[in-house]
Design a protein. Structure first.
Length: 540
């Protein structure tokens, strides 16, 4: 302690000798107080003081002596702790063997030394290695770092991220920390306590949602705040929703033909993409599909390719049900499926071979004309099934090849879109991804929302607002939801009314009742059906 006091006194004297007015200003109490905090703050890159090498070396030495004193105090606290002998011995050994400043130099990164003093910690070598891995940009590509559980990398958010953010914010780029919304307040408090005091970095959060006004004044303010924060070496803390909302806002304005507003938003997004260095905390959550954002714009329209888009999906699900028995026979340890009564089977794939075999079987069925919506014309030849299978399964094919293959069907224009759809379902594994999801755990129906499958927050708890962004995935999951859940009386009455209003109600009703046993003879004729007769509906 005496050594620290002596070092402080020598630094104060050196500061006094820099100005000839010191003696008189001190006598009149006008000389500013040169306190330890004031001296240490000069090491920060935000300080507007140019230190000589010898002065910087003296202040760094003073700071390192403080960290040594803090270490001894932590060791004393661990030795006299009442929280158990084993825990105290472990803490004491951990402090003793952590020498500190082993793989980094305080003269080169004094902000980390200030973090030591401000928070009373001693950065471990493993944490320095990981912070350097985050800071280093060896290539222009993105990369992910995985932290294994345990003491080795303890302090990811409280130590490693502040270390990296303090170095990344260097006036030439804006350090932006993207965290899940649930961790926003906690992360902001941690960052403020770590690098907001002695290190002196401003911390800012600018929320942005679809409801945020996009007036010229608001857009200008948004841009100025980001640029001002970059110049002041500040840290921007934001959420994935805010980042995606701002990206989509410009595109929405462009879609709505508001070109002046759109050009401003797109220009700012270009600046952000160029100058922001993003660090994603909990990247497995932040980059997950469920965190995607959707901005519906304009009036509601039917899906492109309707109604074949959902009819094809239902036909493919029928083929899955038919082919599962063959997949199980070929790969008994690769797939299991459970059928409760007459409901659609619940599928669990156990290896990739079973998945590939199912795709192969479905592709063969489609190539041989087993899908009702895709009927071959009279102009087919022996190579047509091979060409269709190649379109649905090959990784690369000529751009005109699918157009040529679609001419082999009775309705080429419809077949052209359906082949694209089937390729997405099979080759791009949309179908398998949907079959792997757990009904009533990851997806299902919401009683008070539109009759379409929505993501679930937990078992039996549908999300109140979220929806699936991929239309074909939403269609397949909706079909599966009704296959597992069934329909209630109101839905039954609504569906039958649509049948009665169709162009050929008799044929459509025969499809409904063709595989049903126990239907009374009086209700097998569509002319006897009244969708508003509740007694008839309950019988059906």
């Amino acid at each position: 302690m005496d050594m620290i006091t002596a070092m402080l006194s020598s630094i104060q004297q050196a500061c006094a000798q820099c100005d000839q007015r010191f003696h008189w200003l001190r006598l009149t109490t006008l000389w500013p107080s040169v306190a330890p905090i004031t001296i240490l703050e000069q090491l920060s890159s935000t300080a507007h003081v140019s230190l000589s090498h010898s002065m910087k070396e003296a202040i760094v030495g003073y700071g390192m002596s403080i960290t040594i004193l803090q270490k001894y105090r932590r060791m004393l606290d661990a030795a006299t702790s009442n929280r158990g002998k084993d825990l105290g011995d472990h803490r004491l050994a951990e402090e003793y063997y952590n020498i500190g400043h082993q793989n980094w130099k305080p003269m080169e990164t004094p902000e980390w030394l200030l973090m030591h003093i401000d928070t009373g910690i001693l950065i471990r070598p493993e944490q320095v290695d990981l912070a350097n891995a985050i800071i280093a940009k060896e290539s222009a590509t993105n990369y992910v770092l995985q932290l294994n559980m345990g003491r080795a990398y303890a302090g990811k958010t409280s130590v490693i991220l502040p270390m990296a953010a303090a170095i990344l914010a260097n006036k030439t780029q804006l350090a932006r920390l993207i965290v899940p919304k649930a961790l926003l307040l906690q992360t902001a408090q941690i960052m403020q306590s770590r690098i907001g005091v002695l290190v002196g970095r401003p911390i800012m959060h600018i929320p942005f949602t679809r409801r945020t006004p996009t007036s010229p004044h608001m857009i200008t303010s948004y841009e100025e705040l980001h640029k001002r924060l970059m110049i002041s070496r500040g840290i921007m803390i934001t959420t994935p929703e805010s980042v995606l909302s701002f990206k989509l806002s410009g595109l929405q304005k462009l879609r709505d033909c508001k070109l002046t507003t759109a050009s401003g938003l797109v220009a700012i997004q270009g600046w952000v993409s160029k100058y922001c260095r993003d660090v994603l905390d909990e990247s497995d959550f932040t980059l997950a599909v469920k965190t995607q954002l959707i901005y519906p714009s304009g009036s509601q329209e039917a899906l492109d390719g309707h109604p074949h888009r959902w009819l094809i999906a239902q036909n493919i699900l029928d083929l899955v049900e038919e082919q599962l028995i063959y997949v199980e026979h070929r790969h008994p340890k690769g797939v299991t499926f459970i059928r409760r009564g007459d409901t659609y089977p619940t599928v669990h794939f156990l290896n990739v071979q079973a998945e590939e075999y199912l795709r192969t079987l479905i592709t063969q069925q489609i190539a041989t004309g087993k899908v009702p919506g895709l009927r071959f014309s009279s102009h087919t030849n022996s190579n047509t099934p091979v060409d269709v299978a190649e379109v649905l399964s090959s990784a690369d094919f000529a751009s005109d090849h699918i157009l040529e293959v679609s001419r082999c069907f009775t309705e080429p224009q419809i077949a052209f879109k359906c082949l694209h759809l089937l390729r997405g379902l099979l080759r791009n594994t949309i179908l398998l991804s949907c079959l792997k999801k757990r009904w009533n755990v990851q997806y299902g129906l919401h009683e008070s929302r539109d009759p379409i499958a929505v993501p679930f927050e937990a078992k039996g708890i549908p999300h109140p607002q979220a929806e699936f962004g991929h239309p074909d995935a939403a269609i397949i999951l909706t079909c599966l939801s009704y296959y597992y859940t069934g329909v209630n009386l109101a839905q039954m009455m609504q569906g039958l009314q649509l049948v009665l209003d169709s162009d050929d109600p008799a044929a459509e009703f025969d499809r409904w009742t063709g595989g049903c046993r126990g239907v009374p003879e009086t209700l097998r004729n569509v002319n006897n059906i009244n969708s508003k007769d509740e007694k008839q509906m309950r019988a059906l």
